[in-house]
Design a protein around this ligand. Sequence first.
Ligand code: COA
Ligand code: AMP
Length: 628
Amino acid sequence: MSYAQVYGQWQQDPEGFWLSAAGGIDWVQKPTKALDDSRAPLYEWFTDAEVNTCWNAVDRHVVAGRGKQPAIIHDSPVTGTRHTITYAELQDRVSRLAGALKARGIQKGDRIIIYMPMVPEALEAMLACARLGAIHSVVFGGFAAHELAVRIDDCTPKAIISASCGIEPSRVVHYKPLLDAAIDQASHKPDFCVIFQREQEVAKLTEGRDLDWHEFQHGVAPADCTPVAGNHPAYILYTSGTTGAPKGVVRPTAGHLVALNWTMRAIYNVGAGDVFWAASDVGWVVGHSYICYGPLIAGCTTVVYEGKPVGTPDAAAFWRVINEHKVRSFFTAPTALRAIKRDDPDGKLVPPLPTLQALFLAGERADPDTIHWAQTHLKVPVIDHWWQTETGYAIAANPLGIEQLPVKIGSPSVPMPGFDVQVLDEGGHPVSPGTLGAIAIRLPLPPGTLPTLWNAEDRFRKSYLTHFPGYYETGDAGYVDADGYLYIMARTDDVINVAGHRLSTGAMEEVLAGHKDVAECAVIGVADELKGQSPLGFLCLNKGCNRPHDEVVRECVQLVRDQIGPVADFKRAVVVDRLPKTRSGKILRGTMVKIADGQPWKMPATIDDPAILDEIARALQSLGLARG
Ligand code: COA
Ligand code: AMP
């Protein structure tokens, strides 16, 4: 069938479409109904089903006779190690870990935070939670203690699973002191922590609270899979919104299973026995969906890569992994390719890649230069696809497993079944092809997408459902062309995208405003050749503060690193007398971005004092920006 036929099939009978896709999952109790619209505009899927995620990702493959097949390949250039875990071994390891958690009182519905680097134990911890019906929340290792504390207080975990350290090429990341500081800062305290001690660093355990990963599992009975209801939360994943408080995206169990399983064949064109690699981190949604759950649910081998695209040891690292492990489908962020292209502009380090079928890009806009470079040197289709933490899988893609559509550079192609994507004007009316507008998705969203935010239904409604009634507001702006291809151009909110990482400028502003000398501030994302965007702060100091500006800037940079973490990549700020505002007091961030990026801009009609923009331009020029 063609893409148009499959999409048409879904349009004609959405429930039938997803019930048929549900056939790819092992159920304890099969769903009799797909959509539950009893609380519209809040929708849920497969609510009358019972299922277990871990069974589908692990046990069923052993039962099917694939126990000896590699489930996980850990390839870690930063530690110089590689090892493989088969499905049978994974079943054993996960059921023992789940047994140990159960013996310590973890039950269905309890929350567990996982704060770990790119080691197989991180996936095992996720799967052990899923086995028990416990709800995990993985926190990315690049976040500072404060961000971890915020998440501890929001999801109130009974336990935290962590590791002694992570390895960045430039330094060892000491997880344990960050964990200790976070628990100190948080009002909620976990009952216990489990620490995976790595060879590179043995952390000091806190008596009465911390348990050693191996000792804690010693002699316990393995746990079986606990069935959960279809709408039971599989996990919570925090993502950036406009304010400092992250949004706890809830992932429903059954829809997650059905949809991810469907995408593995339809989009990535892989199945049981194929090697799939997403070079991301388990702390992001890509890591949840396509390092851990998607490939394992489909019975693939997944690669857990602990390294960087460049520098571990060089720009050929990705190609070595692809060839060594016979990767068929590979997924990364455009930033990673830009880093490789910078070091190897002529593709001299790219060998023939005989097993590779396609390269998938997501997380940020894929710029044409990067796509051209990849097409030329990898000699496989380069597929841009667009999605968000909230959806958990692609809203728009080029579905290789259905039909390879012509690639249009700059577009993540066409909407996937389940997503009725519309471009709307401010009044919520669909605009004509080629016209820029807010991208929205007609409700209901498909299975596996977020039904709500953790403990924040009101925020869910206000953030996504209120602006355009009947639609989910994506927060992205763009247009559709005459062939129905989507183009994602910008965010409509203050979220920025740095190296494929979604960050909130509002969160950075909250931190900067906490500096004793800062009276007012603004953070914008300016264009960055490598990372797509890079944060930049404007600081107005308190009257009477006559400290050297570079000293205050240095402290502010450190403050963001300490409060949000190195991942914020906040390295530049400039002191200005005033911020440009509208007469009603709104900071004109969009205009500042245009000036910084050297793009054409118009004087906003509502600006309070146009002269301020000259001062902003001069400040930006002092940083080498605003040229053009
Ligand atoms: N734990 C702790 N710190 C981390 C971290 C982690 N898991 N990941 C990144 N950091 C730190 C880095 O060490 C760096 O710290 P520094 O300021 O001390 O140098 C900072 O966070 C910024 O990291 P990063 O964005 O990775 O930038 P970089 O300059 O170190 O590397 C690239 C540049 C292009 C190689 C890198 O950004 C990259 O691999 N990008 C692709 C990311 C990706 O796959 N994103 C998609 C998610 S779907
Ligand atoms: P995250 O929730 O971290 O996955 O970030 C989601 C956001 O990243 C989207 O809302 C977009 O702004 C951006 N994004 C993701 N994929 C793409 C893409 N293929 N093209 C353009 N922007 C993208």
